[in-house]
Design a protein around this ligand. Structure first.
Ligand SMILES: NC(=O)c1ccc[n+]([C@@H]2O[C@H](COP(=O)([O-])OP(=O)(O)OC[C@H]3O[C@@H](n4cnc5c(N)ncnc54)[C@H](O)[C@@H]3O)[C@@H](O)[C@H]2O)c1
Length: 243
């Protein structure tokens, strides 16, 4: 998803820092437009890494006007809450929620110092409001992202900074390959509940993020915009998703 967003932003004329703990993956994206992009290695669950990534971005490009927080991990599969080990719970919360907290904190500080305002877009999920059996840590992390988005919007409006979240439904990415896309029974169960009859593409998510980042969305702040093909109208399938 992040790669599609980077490509779209560069095509629209933005300079983009690609921040990922997988530096090789980040470099591959940057190779597509090296004069306009910067690859930074960072584990978003580590505050010092996030602070450094924002600092390097500002050093290279001058200002930071848009922050997009898309790093995230799934549960590693379905696990009932009664079996969930604490370290697995914390790993998901650490990336999906701490990571977004650190990024909002350091990106907004940079924007406040610039005095230019800005926009921060957090990738939440339909799971912010749609529970999934066996997905406790992931769903809780995404509820947290959407609530944190609202709080940050309140705190940062006085600085001209908008904070919005996007809530994708099932999207064809590396994350969903082993859990949904590559498991026909699970994919079909989802498709029955998606009124538009197909999953989302990363490019469709990128389109919405581009809109939210633009002046066209100047009155959007504090809310989560769901991009789900209607999945939330029907909810998650009854049968458990991939094990
Ligand atoms: N794919 C979907 O159906 C779907 C649906 C709703 C929400 N989302 C959310 O979209 C976002 C992007 O997911 P995706 O589907 O593109 O998955 P993905 O696995 O393809 O991409 C996730 C990226 O995050 C990076 N990452 C993971 N942990 C990190 C860490 N600690 N520090 C820095 N980078 C880290 C990975 O290296 C990878 O490049 C996630 O927040 C995910 O929860 C995805």
């Amino acid at each position: 998803m992040g790669r599609a967003v980077c490509r779209r932003l560069v095509a629209e004329g933005a300079f983009v820092a690609v921040v990922d703990r997988n530096i090789d993956a980040a470099r591959l994206v940057v190779k597509e437009a090296e004069d306009k992009m910067l690859a930074v290695a960072a584990d978003v669950s580590v505050e010092a890494d996030v602070e450094r990534a924002v600092r390097l971005t500002a050093q290279r490009f001058g200002n930071v006007d848009i922050g997009i927080n898309a790093a995230g991990i799934a549960n590693g599969g379905i696990m009932p809450v009664q079996d969930m080990p604490l370290d697995r719970w914390r790993a998901v919360l650490g990336v999906n929620l701490d990571g977004i907290f650190f990024s909002i904190k350091h990106t907004s500080r940079q924007m406040i110092a610039q005095g230019t305002g800005g926009v921060i877009i957090n990738v939440s999920s339909v799971n912010a409001i749609q529970p999934g059996g066996g997905m406790s840590a992931y769903c809780v992390s995404k509820s947290g992202v959407s609530m944190l988005t609202s709080i940050a919007a309140l705190d940062l409006a006085q600085h001209g900074i908008r904070v919005v979240a996007i809530g994708p439904g099932v999207t064809d990415t590396a994350m969903t390959q082993p859990l949904i896309m590559g498991v026909p029974a699970t994919l079909n169960a989802f498709l029955e509940n998606i009124p538009v009859g197909r999953v989302c593409s990363p490019e469709e998510i990128a389109s919405t993020i581009l809109f939210l980042a633009s002046e066209e969305a100047s009155y959007h702040t504090g809310t989560t915009v769901f991009v789900d093909g209607g999945l939330l109208l029907r909810g998650y399938p009854k049968r458990p998703v991939a094990a």
